[in-house]
Design a protein around this ligand. Structure first.
Ligand SMILES: *Cc1c(COP(=O)(O)O)cnc(C)c1O
Length: 235
């Protein structure tokens, strides 16, 4: 199938999953995970209806920005962000989805203040409590959310998660349900601030329909749009 056909198919699957649980499909945004894709492929994806690109490597993203490859779409940073690379990301993307520590939050706040702008962010939650993964522990999300809400140059928009590798079909549904619970909890507790929590980013090629059934507002899909990636060693 062509890229355009894949995009149409994934969008149709999102809409079908949304309707199954009584959600309006327009509540869900497909984020194309464009890692390893060329600037030309990214342009083709945008021409075929992709409205948000998600990048997870600063170096690739910078090259694509220099090419103006994302023109016409919004840009999210979805990968692990080192504090020494914050300068290359803050103010250049619409949303940083992967803020998993107070240390990174503070670095983003400092850079955003320096540029005199407000950077939208999500907190990345280590929902499977995996040692190997970055992200804030579920029990510490509220504390980090309060810190984010107190940062004048950061706007907290919600939560993101990359659950463990699924064991069998629907294996991640319990993690998605837990994320949904945390999201509702944070939204309620943060409502005294003028914070608007409206993003729950979860679900990838293998499980985005389940994520939609459990309340995702952003799904990050790569392989199902672009085909399998060559094996990479630097992630
Ligand atoms: C690559 C990537 C995705 C998409 O993964 P696929 O399985 O190819 O759909 C989603 N989220 C993040 C953070 C990624 O790095």
């Amino acid at each position: 199938m062509s890229l355009a056909e894949n995009i149409a198919q994934v969008k149709a699957n999102i809409a079908a999953a949304a309707k199954e649980v009584g959600r309006d499909p327009s509540e869900i945004t497909l984020v194309a995970a464009t890692k390893v894709q060329t600037s030309d492929t990214i342009r083709q994806a945008i021409a075929a209806g992709i409205t948000v690109c998600g990048e997870n490597r600063v170096q690739e993203m910078t090259a694509h920005l220099d090419d103006d490859a994302y023109a016409g779409a919004a840009l999210h940073f979805i990968g692990h962000l080192q504090t020494n690379k914050v300068r290359q990301v803050v103010g250049r993307v619409d949303l940083i989805e992967s803020v998993g520590s107070a240390h990174l939050l503070e670095a983003i706040q400092a850079q955003a203040a320096k540029l005199d702008l407000v950077q939208d962010i999500l907190l990345e939650v280590n929902i499977g409590d995996e040692d190997s993964k970055s992200g804030v522990a579920p029990s510490e999300v509220l504390e980090l959310a309060r810190k984010a809400a107190a940062c004048p140059n950061v706007r907290l928009r919600g939560l993101m998660a990359i659950p463990p590798v699924a064991e069998g079909p629907q294996g991640n549904r319990p993690f998605f349900a837990k994320m949904r619970q945390l999201y509702v909890d944070i939204s309620t507790k943060m409502s005294d601030n003028d914070t608007i929590i409206d993003c729950l980013s979860m679900g990838m090629s293998g499980d985005y329909q389940d994520a939609v059934r459990e309340g995702a507002t952003l799904v990050r899909v790569g392989t199902a749009l672009f085909g399998p990636r060559p094996p990479i060693h630097h992630i």
